[in-house]
Design a protein around this ligand. Sequence first.
Ligand code: FES
Length: 221
Amino acid sequence: MSEGASTMPSAPSDDSEPDLARRRMLIAATAAVGAVGVALAATPFVESLEPNATARALGAPVAIDISKLKPRQMVIASWRRRPIFVLRRTEAELKALPTLNGQLKDPLSRQDQQPANLPGWNPIQRSIIPEYLVVVGICTHLGCMPKLHAQIGDPLLGASWPGGYYCPCHGSRYDLAGRVMDGSPAPLNLPVPPHYYKDANTIVTGELSNGTEQSWEPNTW
Ligand code: FES
């Protein structure tokens, strides 16, 4: 996966009807990258200790160790052959999120991009525990993997950049809650998968704490 470009490429002509076959191919390619680890300096790929690889591929819940995750760091796990981003956000980043609402397509998470019954769900922060964002790292346009650019005013993205995720394929932009910004070819927020906190250091992705939502699917991923 290449680095994000300094200029935003134009969106393809078939935005209104994404090519599903192409999306699936891109997702498969992304999963292949994830299988060998993601070469990002600040984003170590976290392999789950349970269950075995075959069960994981079929969608079994995955435990993610967050004990070493510092503020502004992200780890990437794998669930249903898709990358799962776990980002630890700062207090300042959380406070800034509501100020971006007027620049977003779905600021209050009204689309079905997360389970309807996540306990403690905050639709602006898009999280259960505020500091941890858990999202599927697949762009809702055509399935590339967005890159984290947490720095406000990142030189690559311009002085008005508020910090977030940038998709290098066609320039979709998401904030630090995975909410898609106006003007992006992506139609929807990044999906938030079913998950819960097994303990202070462990997030389980792929189900809720009562074992439900194992077959959950977002509107688009
Ligand atoms: S796949 Fe097109 S913007 Fe991400």
